[in-house]
Design a protein around this ligand. Sequence first.
Ligand code: SAM
Length: 201
Amino acid sequence: MVIARTPLRKRLNNLYWEYRLGISTRGIIEIDHPDAHHYATMLYSTIQQVIAFLALDPSDVFIDIGSGKGRVLCCAARLKVRKVIGVDLSEDLCSYARRNVARMRERKSTVEVHQGMAEHFDYSNGTVFTLFNPFGAVTLDNVLRKIAADLGPNKSRIRIAYANPEYDHVFRSHPWLERYEYWDRKSLRMEHSVSFYKARL
Ligand SMILES: C[S@@+](CC[C@H](N)C(=O)[O-])C[C@H]1O[C@@H](n2cnc3c(N)ncnc32)[C@H](O)[C@@H]1O
């Protein structure tokens, strides 16, 4: 078995950002739900590249779906947006995330962390969504249906970043969405591939 190790430089960069923001988000935690993937987070460098590409502006409401301990939330909250929101089914992980948000340095935006199932969340205020492969195809399909239903005609300006896009085919089954950018892990030597979607106009 080949175990992929994160290069030392990237691990040091993660430690640097945990220290700089004053938060603690590392680790791998199993989640007790049949369609949920375990908790893990992305490299800070990956998250920062994704957020930069999404070009957030002060009117955006940023939602990390399956927000875990809140690393993505804290990175987004360093920018001035209308609101940053996390949703996660695990009460423990939500407590971690709230603690991290409360103590983070460099926060410029309000952050809310909601405990609950992503497929039942109210997405009507969201404009930018991130998912780090949080669950299987069935839940993903339900979440995309919920986003479409909640946003209705307001979905025209949304962007969705889907990291480690194991179920891209689910996005393809939603004709209201189109993939407008794809980062290939191998050719770009990144940790994960990332698919970016927007509403088809
Ligand atoms: C791979 S982690 C990503 C964490 C975070 N987005 C990050 O990148 O740092 C996936 C998270 O999705 C959550 N999750 C899985 N299924 C969920 C569901 N149906 N509703 C809400 N959260 C869910 C898990 O509890 C876990 O914290």
